[in-house]
Design a protein around this ligand. Structure first.
Ligand SMILES: C[S@+](CC[C@H](N)C(=O)[O-])C[C@H]1O[C@@H](n2cnc3c(N)ncnc32)[C@H](O)[C@@H]1O
Length: 331
């Protein structure tokens, strides 16, 4: 599992992230993605080449820790985040079929497919090796989407595909911090040499203090690696995935908690993991209390001891998107 295609051990922590919002053209409010049997999700995940390790739920969401990252199912929103050599895009067609057949939603309100540039794209399955091919695949399924690249295409950059229509109008926001070149000492916590299980690693690392009060489902891989889902009321979540191996260490933090400013949360995440580099994205739509949060980032040439290398903003119909890339000076 941990070996790459060559002799060098390698694991691609960088995730592919898919978020799909469903709706009913006849306005049927009784429909709920959580009514779909687990067996159908398992069939879908087999195509993606990952499996369910653990499941947790609250009144508004079912959350799954996967062998390669996470899946979240709420009433009308489906999120699948997978790393390694998984083939996430192969899930989209069956997802649309399963949802229509076993749940009844007959329309897709919005789609977000995003990922950072892979560390080793050549080790990916053919359909994921480059973004242009991923977009061709998405265009086979959706009639009106647009694809974007933010950041430096000759260095680290981030790709997004989203639909052109009106999209989600109820409050919605997502913050992601994608971090690499992480502090070795911190990363040792996410090995079975140092921590006895997921819970122990969550406590030792301070992950439990990033957003207090979350219902945590955590998992420590053998001999190393860590994944957690944290649930909050009203469909809010956090999810953290860690590849601690030196040489290709990678951590992702994602959450949809609404905040007017994300500055404190960003500082807490950076303190917890101490990356050498990180990429920040914040989506917030017009109805979200986070809609002005980009202003708190815009003026920041530095965060903690990190220097900003790139900053871009995009204004879509409903959403405002901030992209920022920071590095720590090498001492
Ligand atoms: C699934 S976890 C978290 C992945 C996540 N996308 C990240 O941010 O890196 C991946 C880490 O667990 C380790 N690992 C150990 N056993 C694994 C397994 N059976 N499947 C996937 N990863 C495993 C990998 O080497 C890697 O360090």
């Amino acid at each position: 599992m941990m070996a790459g295609a060559g002799d060098e051990p390698f694991f691609e922590g960088t995730e592919k992230l898919l978020e799909v919002w469903f709706s009913s053209t006849i306005g049927d409010d009784s429909l709920d993605l959580r009514d779909i049997d687990r067996g159908h999700w398992e069939t879908l995940l087999r195509l993606v080449k990952c499996t369910i390790i653990s499941m947790s739920r609250n009144e508004s969401m079912d959350a799954y820790v996967l062998s390669e990252s996470s899946m979240f199912v709420t009433k009308d929103r489906f999120i699948l985040k997978t790393c390694g050599k998984t083939t996430l895009l192969l899930a989209i067609k069956p997802l649309l079929e399963i949802v229509q057949k076993y749940c009844g939603f007959d329309d897709v309100k919005d789609v977000f497919y995003s990922r950072k540039k892979f560390m080793k794209p050549d080790q990916q399955d053919r359909i994921h090796r480059n973004f242009e091919d991923e977009v061709l695949h998405l265009e086979e399924m959706f009639e009106t989407g647009s694809a974007y690249s933010l950041g430096r295409i000759n260095r680290d950059c981030w790709y997004l595909y989203t639909l052109d229509g009106e999209g989600v109008t109820k409050p919605d926001q997502t913050i992601e911090l994608l971090m690499w070149d992480l502090c070795r000492k911190k990363m040792e916590i996410f090995t079975t040499d140092v921590s006895k299980d997921g819970r122990d690693a969550t406590k030792k690392s301070g992950i439990c203090n990033i957003i207090p009060g979350v219902q945590i489902d955590d998992y420590l891989f053998e001999p190393c690696g860590y994944s957690m889902n944290g649930l909050l009321p009203e469909g809010k979540y956090i999810t953290i995935h860690i590849t601690p191996e030196p040489g290709y260490s990678y951590v992702s933090f994602e959450s949809n908690v609404p905040q007017e400013s994300y500055n404190e949360l960003i500082n807490r995440v950076l303190d917890t993991f101490r990356p050498g580099k990180f990429l920040l994205t914040i989506f917030a739509n017009k109805a979200s209390i986070a809609r002005e949060s980009h202003k708190g980032i815009e003026d920041k040439r530095t965060i903690n001891n990190y220097n900003r290398q790139d900053h871009q903003t995009c204004v879509f119909k409903e959403y405002h998107l901030t992209y920022s890339y920071f590095t720590r000076p090498v001492i």
